[in-house]
Design a protein around this ligand. Structure first.
Ligand code: ADP
Length: 388
């Protein structure tokens, strides 16, 4: 569900995700929205809760991971939970409480220069402790590698010492699987999306999980909209263009000059769409992005491009596109909102962290919403086959 839902939940689901855009909101706002989502989920009959955040633990010194975790604990009356952003398949690992991105510490990765949530400290115990009054401890890798019982022993030792939240080391899917089993009785866990891998088997046997990812069939034409300038998306755009996917570049300079770039893109796309996927992209190299940001302001430039891509997505759907790949987190938010989508059914995985979804409508659209840095180089070409 996109935003705090209203009304009844879909009837035939085992798990519901509420997507909030609360990463950089003022903490009080993030708490309020999160508690509203929690209440709706409890009313819907949910019993176990997962507060999901970015695998790079993006946050400011004030929050919002600590404040939201703490508020959820109070609301649920739980005395202990974990915090584990590890996602080994996407090169996010935690060892001795330090978060690594690929081969380097978080604070030495690109996240050091993130415009909104720069991460200059890789020690997650310290980072989280700055955000909460609850005592933050650590479950080190030796315990995690020892399996669920060893982890549970460490949980109770920490609780006896007054710790309420534990950062947990994890460097592999095996670790997440042990940790998931150890968390079977926790009412609340907090983590990146990686831990879901270890938790699901607590609730459903593997065969049922495969059936759960079946999506309704969606016909129609195919388009890719890329508004991410992250390294992975740059490669994916270049690769798709190299392989002959027709591409239209949305130039922020022309948008700023007041040109109707969206109409240009749609006139261009109309005759091509029936022949195969088209790519509409704003993706540009860091120097180009910096130049336009210097001219327009960071937020203004982002907004201008997001609005254009969202209008482009609406136009492409009017032209018959029903299968869309969208690259970029903010971009996905803008597109989903422009299309009036309130909820998505989550389907099969394309790459770690990126599934196909279909909108909760009578005539569903298929959407793959891709975080900027996720997915292999051939993502824009290979994804369609997963939908069938
Ligand atoms: P990611 O998931 O990689 O962070 P997002 O979509 O969340 O991608 O963020 C990318 C931001 O950059 C968006 O606000 C988008 O509108 C903006 N953007 C995209 N292309 C350009 C460009 N050429 N110049 C300036 N800003 C851009």
């Amino acid at each position: 569900m996109i935003g705090v839902p209203r009304g009844q939940p879909p009837p035939d689901v085992d798990a519901i995700v509420v997507a909030l855009k609360s990463r950089t909101s003022p903490p009080a706002e993030a708490i309020e929205e999160s508690l509203a989502a929690l209440q709706w989920l409890r009313d819907a009959g949910c019993e176990r809760f997962y507060f999901k955040y970015c695998s790079t633990f993006d946050s400011t010194d004030e929050g919002n991971i600590g404040p939201v975790t703490s508020a959820l604990m109070t609301a649920l009356g739980t005395r202990f939970t974990i915090a584990c952003p590890a996602f080994p398949e996407n090169q996010r690992t935690i060892f001795k409480g330090y978060l690594f991105v690929g081969d380097v510490l978080l604070s030495e990765s690109g996240m050091r220069n993130h415009p909104l949530t720069p991460m200059a400290d890789s020690n997650l115990v310290r980072v989280l402790q700055r955000q909460t009054r609850r005592k933050v401890g650590l479950v080190t890798h030796d315990a995690v590698a020892g399996g669920p019982d060893a982890i549970l022993e460490r949980f109770s030792a920490l609780q006896q010492q007054g710790f309420e939240i534990a950062i947990v080391d994890a460097t592999s899917n095996q670790d997440l699987s042990y940790l998931g089993a150890a968390c079977a009785n926790l009412r609340l866990v907090t983590a990146g999306s990686g831990l879901a891998l270890g938790l699901a088997p607590n609730f459903r046997p593997a065969a049922a999980q495969a059936a759960a990812s079946a999506l309704p069939e969606v016909g129609g034409l195919r388009a890719v909209i890329a508004g991410s300038c992250s390294t992975a998306t740059q490669g994916q755009v270049a690769f798709a263009l190299e392989r002959g996917v027709p591409g239209f570049r949305v130039d922020p300079g022309r948008l700023a000059a007041g040109e109707d770039v969206v109409k240009g893109a749609l006139d261009w796309a109309a005759p091509l769409l029936p022949r195969g996927p088209v790519l509409v992209y704003a993706t540009a190299a860091p120097e180009a992005v910096k130049a336009i940001q210097a001219r327009l302001g960071v937020e203004q430039a982002g907004q201008l491009v997001e609005n254009a891509l969202a209008a482009g997505a609406r136009g492409l759907v009017r032209l018959g596109a029903r299968q869309l790949i969208v690259a970029g987190g903010e971009t996905s938010g803008a597109v989903v909102s422009a299309l009036g989508i309130t909820g998505l059914r989550i389907g099969p995985q394309i790459d770690p962290g990126v599934p196909w979804t279909t909108s909760l409508d009578d005539a569903p659209l298929a959407l793959a919403l891709k975080s900027g840095n996720f997915g292999t180089r051939d993502f824009f070409l290979k994804s369609w086959a997963v939908l069938r």
